[in-house]
Design a protein around this ligand. Sequence first.
Ligand SMILES: NC(=O)c1ccc[n+]([C@@H]2O[C@H](COP(=O)([O-])OP(=O)(O)OC[C@H]3O[C@@H](n4cnc5c(N)ncnc54)[C@H](O)[C@@H]3O)[C@@H](O)[C@H]2O)c1
Length: 245
Amino acid sequence: MGRVRGRVAIVTGAARGMGASHARVLAAEGARVVLTDVDAAGEGVAARIGDGALFVRHDVRNADDWARVVERAEGAFGSVDILVNNAGVADHEPIESLSEERFRREWEVNALGVFLGMKAVVGPMARAGGGSIVNVCSISSMVGEAGAVGYTASKFAAYGMTRVAAKEFGPKGIRVNSVHPGPIDTPLLHDAPGSADAVLMMKEMSPLGRIGAPEEVSAVVLFLASDDARFVTGSGYVVDGGLLA
Ligand SMILES: NC(=O)c1ccc[n+]([C@@H]2O[C@H](COP(=O)([O-])OP(=O)(O)OC[C@H]3O[C@@H](n4cnc5c(N)ncnc54)[C@H](O)[C@@H]3O)[C@@H](O)[C@H]2O)c1
């Protein structure tokens, strides 16, 4: 308990799935949390967490939205110490049929959103004396996934930006790491076409024989956000039940 007590965290894509779980876990460990999402369902998630949480409607593709989120965090809680860039979208189309518009959408949410987020918090975190940024990437940041060109490209980009930011922000006391989930039990996984067969196949391929729970990724996010990881930066943590092995 209390591993991030006194810290202020922003978690994007927190209306459901893993983002909601990261927000709950950080709050349970003492952080005050700003939950953001394009989906207003985040309001209810924040209300259930209680006094130390608030929701801001936020499109991670929009720099003005980012400025508002940081302003709300500093106004309500006094600083920004932790950013979890979790919002993400996934399409499932081969290169030949994926439209330029859908590719741009994945690119803008999963890669541009991460860039804008890091850019928005670096000043406030440096003023607060340091901080921790966790970029939620994927095992698709490490291997090519057929039928997921926009997702794979944007997640590779987010992994690369993590390493650049770790080098640029280290002297300011800001650590930047990534987590790389495998298949995790969220709407994003289950909404994919043919997901039932894909999940079955991934379970069979996985050394642990199952898909993961959101809280199992949140545990690694919490570690990276906390002082337990004070000498960890520029690193990518795979949380996939051994699938990549
Ligand atoms: N579920 C998995 O198997 C899996 C595996 C690897 C990586 N991931 C990554 O984990 C993260 C969370 O995924 P999830 O499985 O919880 O998905 P999810 O679809 O359940 O949740 C994603 C959230 O992001 C929000 N979002 C989408 N576009 C947004 C935007 N432009 N601005 C702000 N919010 C936006 C959605 O409204 C949603 O609430 C994503 O980055 C995803 O790519 C998921």
